[in-house]
Design a protein around this ligand. Structure first.
Ligand code: SF4
Ligand code: SF4
Length: 318
């Protein structure tokens, strides 16, 4: 019988599953999205209904006012579709050392939301844009018909505004199926060449992220009879060197209701952070939570963070 993730990591060093310190607060504004991608680990889409309220945002803002200088990583769904998105970003962008927004790109060229790229630049927001391939065929297969064309249009708009040069634009790659990402450096070079040669597009960094066997991607794997095979692939490729750097040692994730998790994957898996009594912790408990060395909640999907070169929301770990 294979070891649990917890046993594997603790076998290397028991401290590797202790929360170390808060560097990044990741905030998930909800699961509303204008796309419906095959690999989505949170099952987002146009009909989703978990939307962070202004009240929860205000609690997060209060925490950030008292704890300035953290990295803030905004995600969703499509975060731009939260009705209070502008309010929230305007309140927090001066409180952080680095504000990153994860965008699906297509939202940046829709009629009602095409003001966003300029607005991002004015706030010097780091754009983290999903683009799982540089070919139309692969992007549309994974993310829906017409997504590639709109993504290219959005990237060109961002470049016109100085993104990829004076302002940071990073692309996020994830595999189009049940396999591990290739070398991040090699893929970045390929992306840079293909996007520049074919469309004149430039960007700063490519980040590769391993698909987590959760949400819609889990359903897809089960429907193809590949779930076991994929989870075994993650386990078989466990890389001890990546265990020390798993992102949850320096990151806390907040869901649409203000509940705290070790990461967005644990949100999708329904595994919140609890105190010693078993009480689920929320944003109001975060000051207390970050002061103690609590143990990270793990499960089998965690192997997606330690397979191969390791994986995190900011790319490979080793
Ligand atoms: S993967 Fe991103 S863009 Fe696609 S449905 Fe999920 S949240 Fe939306
Ligand atoms: S899935 Fe989350 S909790 Fe598990 S190792 Fe990765 S970052 Fe940590």
């Amino acid at each position: 019988m294979s070891l649990s993730f917890k046993e594997m990591v603790k076998g290397i060093n028991p401290k590797f599953l202790d929360f170390y310190r808060l560097e990044t607060l990741q905030v998930n504004l909800g699961d509303m999205c204008n796309q419906h991608c095959m690999h989505c680990h949170i099952d987002a889409g146009p009909k989703a209904g978990k939307i962070m309220s202004k009240e929860v945002m205000e609690e997060i803002i209060r925490f950030l006012r008292d704890h300035k200088g953290h990295i803030l990583d905004i995600t969703g769904g499509c975060p731009e579709l939260n009705p209070n998105f502008r309010f929230f970003i305007d309140e927090v962008h001066r409180l952080t050392s680095r504000l990153m927004i994860r965008t699906n790109l297509t939202i940046l060229v829709e009629k009602e939301t095409d003001w966003i790229p300029q607005w991002y630049r004015e706030r010097q927001i780091v754009v983290m844009a999903s683009l799982p391939c540089y070919t139309k065929e692969n992007v549309d297969k994974q993310r829906g018909d017409g997504v590639f064309e709109k993504s290219i249009k959005a990237l060109k708009r961002l470049n016109e505004l100085g993104y990829g040069d004076s302002y940071e634009l990073n692309l996020v790659y994830n595999p189009g199926g049940d396999f591990l990402p290739g070398s991040q450096k090699k893929l970045e070079l390929e992306y840079k060449k293909e996007l520049f040669d074919n469309y004149g597009i430039i960007f700063n960094n490519l980040l590769t992220i391993t698909n987590a066997p959760l949400g819609r991607f889990k359903n897809y794997l089960k429907a193809c009879g590949q779930f076991e095979q994929y989870t075994n692939l993650l386990v078989d490729n466990f890389n001890p060197e990546s265990a020390e750097s798993i992102m949850c040692r320096r990151l806390i994730s907040v869901d649409w209701q203000g509940i705290l998790y070790n990461c967005d994957f644990n949100q999708a898996a329904g595994l919140p952070i609890r105190d010693k009594t078993g009480k689920i912790l929320g944003i109001n408990d975060i000051k207390e939570a970050i002061q103690r060395k609590f143990e990270i909640v793990t499960a089998k999907h965690c192997y997606c963070c330690t397979a191969g070169a390791g994986s995190s929301c900011t790319g490979v770990l080793v």
